[in-house]
Design a protein around this ligand. Structure first.
Ligand SMILES: NC(=O)c1ccc[n+]([C@@H]2O[C@H](COP(=O)([O-])OP(=O)(O)OC[C@H]3O[C@@H](n4cnc5c(N)ncnc54)[C@H](O)[C@@H]3O)[C@@H](O)[C@H]2O)c1
Length: 232
């Protein structure tokens, strides 16, 4: 999905720094987006949970672009479908690191760059399970719900400084996070009867990053094929 967010922002005129654990895939995506959009794309291979992640992003941005307008926190790890009995407390840590503590530390480092610009934006890629957790996959559920709380707290502190912070909560989207063995279960849970496409989530990210969303802060845009509305 990260590639789709980068592409959507580049198509709307942004130069983009893309960061991920997986350098090979990142390079290919960045080159293709630059070729397709004519925008500049840079990459940095990093682990969002490492203590120097924010500094590495900041120095790459300062070297390449000299300014920062939009941050999209997209990194995530797959849920495991396990019950409480199957989930010792230490199993929650990686989910909290990737979804909450890493993005918190990175936001802390990057905030001065956003504050220096005219209209900074942060978009968290959350989940329908952050909005309404199911009783399994406790690391994923707890971390995504906590991420929404963090998003609102940050939005509250920084809205008066013109930095607008929101989230997109996707339902099931056709990425490798929905492997073949759970594909049918995921589709059955979407009232629209299909998985979302990464570009449909990226369109919401691009909206929240745009001038059209200039009066929105602390909100979660649910893009889930009708999953969290009552069925008729
Ligand atoms: N696919 C879905 O159905 C779905 C639904 C709701 C929310 N989401 C969320 O969307 C986001 C994107 O997921 P996706 O579906 O594209 O899955 P994905 O596995 O294709 O992408 C996740 C990306 O995060 C990267 N990543 C993981 N840990 C990292 C770390 N420590 N440091 C840096 N990068 C790291 C991975 O390398 C990968 O490229 C995630 O936050 C996920 O929780 C996905």
């Amino acid at each position: 999905m990260g590639e789709a967010h980068a592409r959507a922002l580049a198509e709307r005129g942004a130069d983009v720094l893309m960061a991920d654990l997986d350098g090979a895939e990142l390079e290919v995506s960045a080159k293709q987006i630059a070729a397709d959009t004519g925008r500049r794309t840079e990459t940095v291979v990093l682990d969002v949970t490492s203590p120097d992640a924010g500094e590495r992003v900041r120095s790459a941005i300062e070297a390449a672009f000299g300014r920062l307008d939009i941050v999209v926190h997209n990194a995530g790890i797959m849920h495991d479908w396990k019950t409480l009995a199957e989930t010792p407390v230490e199993n929650l840590q990686p989910y909290l690191d990737v979804n909450v503590l890493g993005p918190y530390a990175i936001t802390r480092t990057l905030m001065p760059l956003l504050q220096a610009g005219p209209a900074g934006r942060i978009v968290f890629i959350n989940s329908q399970w952050g909005q309404l957790p199911d009783g399994h996959s406790y690391g994923y559920m707890v971390a995504k719900a906590a991420q929404l709380g963090m998003m609102k707290a940050l939005a509250s502190e920084f809205v008066s400084q013109g930095v607008l912070i929101n989230a997109v909560a996707p339902g099931a989207v056709a990425t490798r996070m929905v492997p073949d063995e759970v594909y049918d279960i995921e589709v059955a849970a979407v009232p629209l009867g299909r998985l979302g496409q990464p570009g449909e989530i990226a369109a919401a990210v691009a909206f929240l990053a745009s001038d059209a969303a200039g009066f929105l802060a602390g909100q979660t845009l649910a893009v889930n094929g009708g999953a969290l509305i009552p069925s008729a």
